[in-house]
Design a protein around this ligand. Structure first.
Ligand code: NIG
Ligand code: FE
Length: 413
């Protein structure tokens, strides 16, 4: 393919020569180059530097893109979503406005079980088409890599159907996609009093087929009071690990569930949510290689206290930010809004939020070798902003779309 030279970039953001999972003070270190150029060859970042350095490079490029006034960032790496679902849940949204809690809605057979009924009735093609539209939507909003979970199937057929849809999305989309098996999202009604029966189904029926068809990269469990206990979480994750699926788990969302401790003990890639944390959970996470993935739009939508980002950063935790795009707790996959909420409500600096939504998000999907920063050899997954005065404008103008164009593997979205 032809090469493209991007010139006059007002600021090239997150330029790195090495990969490093960022924690503590390092999260605020966001390297940039002002008045920069960027060379893309065959969809890969081939070179970059200041405009003054272009002369020395003796580049003869036909295709030049003038990015005067624009900032260029690595595309967002959204490491936690439930993007495959059959229908929205506005009825529950209204119930919540009227005062019901997430747990009360779930207890009424709403919530995850409501989505499971809709998945059962939908065909693989229908689910694929709906998910494809959502992928198109989020890619235009700057997302270039995304993790997608099953977990609305809750039967062998349902979970396999969801994971096959994710596999097809992986094969056809320009976004980099990782698949997570979340059979342990809730107990189906028929197993409400028979937890062992459902866990056996996950371990003995679902996992072997998922492994045989290579349908998942990770295993997830909703470790939460009234859902899966730490012991159940451990049993299920260990079974997944025997098939090579590393854990990425839902932890400490509604209660001090023990999910963080369990995740760290298992060497999970990430523990996600973390709305409800105490000193013990924070300390254990800080002294581990497990990433804490914060989902501020879920806290916002459920009217919960936001995640204690500052405490987590100060303790030395490695943090990523993700959208949790799903019909129950975050019907938005807009990572720009996630970044804005992180700055506004969790007091993260724009630099911290951008690092957490790019390079650390890539780490939370084990994609750091190909994505998440401006580094020679990485994929040209790029956000071109509109003309903005500074990087802080991205979270500052929280309701305005400041993205001009998005490039994935060197091609415009
Ligand atoms: O990440 N908390 C568990 N799972 C999802 C919500 C699922 C749903 O309500 O449909 C979450 O918030
Ligand atoms: Fe989630």
């Amino acid at each position: 393919m032809a090469a493209a030279l991007v010139t006059n970039i007002k600021q090239l953001v997150n330029t790195r020569t090495e990969n490093e999972l960022l924690r503590g003070e390092a999260l605020a270190n966001l390297p940039v180059i002002n008045n920069a150029f960027l060379l893309i060859e065959d969809g890969i970042i081939a070179d970059y530097g200041t405009m003054a350095e272009i002369e020395n490079r003796k580049l003869k490029i036909e295709n030049t893109i003038n990015a005067a006034g624009q900032f260029i960032l690595p595309a967002w790496c959204d490491s936690h979503t439930h993007l495959v679902f059959a229908a929205s849940r506005e009825e529950e949204f209204i119930d919540k406005i009227k005062g019901l809690s997430y747990a009360e809605i779930a207890a009424k057979g709403g919530g995850i079980l409501n989505s499971a009924k809709k998945i059962e009735a939908a065909s693989e093609d229908e689910l694929f088409n709906l998910a494809w539209k959502r992928l198109e939507e989020v890619s235009k909003l700057g997302t270039g890599a995304i993790e997608i979970k099953s977990g609305y199937g809750l039967t062998v057929e349902g979970e396999l159907k969801m994971l096959r849809v994710i596999k097809k999305l992986k094969e056809r989309s320009k976004l980099s996609i990782k698949a997570t098996f979340l059979g342990a999202h809730t107990y189906p009604l028929e197993y409400k009093e028979n937890h062992t029966g459902y866990i056996d189904l996950i371990i003995n029926e679902m996992l072997p087929q998922i492994a045989a068809e290579k349908l998942a990269d990770y295993i997830d469990v909703f470790c939460e009071t009234g859902f899966f206990s730490p012991e159940e979480t451990e049993t299920i994750c260990k079974a997944g690990m025997r098939y090579g699926l590393k854990p990425k788990i839902h932890a400490n969302q509604l209660h001090l569930s023990g999910g963080t401790q369990t995740g760290v003990k298992l060497g999970a890639v990430s523990v996600d949510h973390l709305e409800t944390m105490d000193e013990d959970a924070i300390g254990i996470l800080a002294h581990s290689n497990t990433i804490g993935t914060l989902l501020p739009t879920a806290a916002f939508f459920l009217r919960m206290p936001f995640q204690p980002a500052r405490k987590l950063i100060d303790a030395g935790c490695a943090l990523a930010l993700a959208s949790d795009y799903n019909p129950g707790s975050s019907p938005s996959g807009n990572m720009n809004l996630v970044v804005a909420m992180s700055c506004i409500q969790m007091k993260m600096l724009p630099e911290e939020a951008i690092n957490a939504a790019t390079i650390n998000g890539a780490y939370a999907m084990e994609l750091e070798k190909e994505l998440g920063s401006i580094m020679v050899g990485k994929k040209a997954n790029l956000i071109f902003t509109k003309a903005i005065p500074s990087l802080a404008a991205i979270p500052y103008y929280f309701g305005t779309n400041l993205i001009d164009k998005v490039m994935l593997s060197g091609e415009w979205v």
